[in-house]
Design a protein around this ligand. Sequence first.
Ligand code: UD1
Ligand code: UDP
Length: 354
Amino acid sequence: MKVASIVGARPQFIKAAPLDRELRELCQHVLIHTGQHYDYAMSAVFFEELKIPEPHYNLGVGSASHGKQTGEMLIRIEKTLMEEQPDCVVVYGDTNSTLAGALAAVKQHFPVAHVEAGLRSFNRSMPEEINRVLADHVASLLYCPTETASSNLAREGIAGGVFNFGDVMYDAVLRSTEVVDSTSRILASLDLAPRSYLLATIHRPANTDNEQNLCGILGALASTNEVVVFPAHPRATKAMERLGLDLPPNVRLLEPVSYLDMLALEKNARLILTDSGGVQKEAYFFGVPCVTLREETEWVETTECGWNLLVGASEPRIAEAIRQFQPQGERPQVFGDGKASRRIALHLQSVFES
Ligand code: UD1
Ligand code: UDP
């Protein structure tokens, strides 16, 4: 069996890492990096730290408008798949690399497997929502991380090929959690004690590219007297530069950090503020309260049990959440048992080697 995985953006390297390890034991696994993310801190550092082999291809697509970026990916992925002739093409999550990979594959009759299928925000102004819906509708194998995700697919009439094996990002966290404490030096280097700071990330266009929302979020971070550690996605840094926004000294602006440093920062934060999908889940895994800077989330399990609070981008709502939000209830284990990637790899083998 030969499986080709298409990755391109930061969270996809993290999602692909545990599956790559399983697949390499069972078959030939060809890694195709679209080049959507390309800075060392957004790409290569994850390959090094998570011991993912060098991708077989880096298609070097880089940044552009949605149409140009997705179109270039489509052209280059198609050519690569035609050369490689895999039995199956795996796509991850909901980025433009996911959509281009799924479309290039299905049009050339390569079966598509979607890892993290079935998530919905029900907000079609998010580019990710379009990418997920389309990828799910052309995939023949849909690996859902949660029961909610498989019910979402059922509502859209997708019944065959749907499997809930758990969440590969939970696998990734479990595999790294022990080495985090022995490897990451980030708390010491920032002179931070556990639970003495807030951790913030933003990168959704609705927050970074909308001046009112960006100012609302940064205003709330500036108004607290707590230390806020803010590893900024390049989209956020560029937006702040464009608007000439400065941050007060309590906000510690960092370049994007590595995965192990990020897990260390998450695990030890008093509270996390984010618009990231992955970071919301990791907060939940670690039992750290999460304030989500959006009006809706795909990860509804985290809000339903009270550990994740949706506040949007309004300064007073965020400031109040920083002061008041203290979840206490149970955190049900809804993301599987840490063996999702093993199950996916074995399932692919059962389908494509029989
Ligand atoms: C992309 C995904 C988003 C995902 C996020 C993870 C789409 C539509 N969006 O958003 O779903 O949550 O990745 O981080 O696919 N840039 C750099 N260096 C890089 C990469 C990007 O400076 O290595 C800058 C460029 O100015 C670029 C901007 O960031 O224009 C946005 O990058 P892009 O890949 O288009 O989208 P993200 O916001 O990263
Ligand atoms: N992450 C990281 N360094 C950072 C910010 C995030 O390693 O500076 C990790 C984070 O721990 C999670 C993933 O990147 O595993 C989330 O990616 P991102 O927020 O870019 O995208 P999303 O999950 O929203 O698609």
